[in-house]
Write a protein that binds this ligand. Structure first.
Ligand code: HEC
Ligand code: HEC
Length: 277
């Protein structure tokens, strides 16, 4: 009798133990799955960032901040709040982004603000419509843009990678940062730094600047190029005329209102380091 009682007690303990182990493992598995999912989303966003970098920065800016005159900010509040109503989109934002990116935009919905590449304003990206990107790349780039939502809505402070990486006591370091912040990178290439190809390559600008206009120092020329870009248009870069018939280029002529004097000086100091070897 005592042996049977002992077996019952032991058996009961074993049942409890294995139940506990199963519950414990199940719980661990759930955490593991959750961690796995987070990791997958993080990887998708990272992958999306590389797709963005390679295809989108020349119009939307190096950090998706938009480029005046060219293409809108994709990390700003209105995209996450009012934009779907404005365009009358019925679905959610993610599906809007995937759709716009897949098909592209033949004409801009805000032609007075963003002309993009002309016609089409934004190229067709999906391989389904003979564009260069696969579906998984488009989903990833959409995840990358969606990832800005909490920042755009002010729910978490905007990460300032710009000034995180910048030595604020160094004018050249600040100048590089402002060059990025104002979207110059989207149009101008500088070796090892930016790839924009709408305007001239700025390698060696500190040297060429001197030769552009008689009687101007390099600094004076660069200063005027930024604040009054149409005063002198680099050969081959005329893109039309204004209403008075004066030639204009793709370079926005709004920087004189946007860039404070001290920031402008930092940008010029940075460009003055780009001498010809
Ligand atoms: C040739 C310039 C150009 C390139 C390159 C470009 N875009 Fe655009 N994009 C535009 C223009 C112009 C618009 C339309 C703005 C409008 O309709 O007001 C636009 C609109 C968008 C919109 C809709 C934004 C809104 O406010 O409705 C998204 C999202 C977008 N682009 C994502 C991308 C992604 C992702 C890439 C890279 C795969 C990319 N774009 C590449 C020019 C460009
Ligand atoms: C939308 C495209 C675009 C943006 C953004 C842009 N530029 Fe330009 N930039 C051009 C084009 C096109 C030209 C050549 C036509 C001209 O001289 O106006 C040019 C010319 C210049 C020149 C003269 C280059 C030379 O070889 O003589 C300088 C300097 C310059 N840009 C600096 C800047 C700076 C600094 C910024 C940011 C604050 C900026 N650009 C933003 C398109 C752009």
């Amino acid at each position: 009798m005592r042996r049977v009682q002992l077996e019952i007690v032991l058996g009961t303990i074993l049942v409890f133990l294995s139940t506990a182990i199963i519950i414990y493992l199940g719980f661990k598995e759930e955490n593991r799955l959750e961690a796995y999912k987070d990791e997958q989303v993080a990887e998708q966003i990272e992958f999306g960032a590389t797709v963005f970098e390679a295809n989108c920065t020349r119009c939307h800016g190096s950090r998706a901040q938009g480029i005046a005159g060219l293409a809108p900010c994709l990390r700003c509040e209105d995209l996450f709040t009012t934009r779907l109503d404005d365009v009358g989109w019925e679905g959610d934002l993610q599906s809007y982004i995937i759709s716009v990116v897949s098909v592209g935009r033949q004409v801009s919905t805000r032609p007075q603000l963003y002309v993009g590449g002309g016609t089409p304003a934004m190229p067709t990206w999906s391989a389904k419509y003979n564009g260069p990107l696969r579906d998984d790349q488009i989903r990833a780039v959409a995840a990358y843009i969606m990832n800005f939502e909490p920042y755009a809505l002010g729910e978490v402070p905007t990460p300032e990678p710009l000034f995180g990486l910048v030595d604020e006591s160094d004018p050249l370091s600040r100048g590089r940062a402002y060059f990025t912040q104002y979207g110059c990178t989207g149009c101008h290439a500088i070796s090892g730094f930016s790839q924009g190809d709408v305007g001239p390559v700025l390698d060696g600008i500190a040297t060429t600047a001197e030769t552009r206009i008689d009687g101007y120092t390099a600094e004076e020329y660069i200063h005027e190029s930024i604040l009054m870009p149409y005063a002198y248009i680099v050969e081959g870069y005329e893109s039309g005329v204004d209403e008075d018939g004066n030639p204009i280029s793709a370079m926005p002529n709004t920087f004189s209102e946007e860039i404070p004097e001290d920031q402008l000086n930092d940008i010029i100091a940075f460009l003055m380091t780009l001498t010809e070897e």
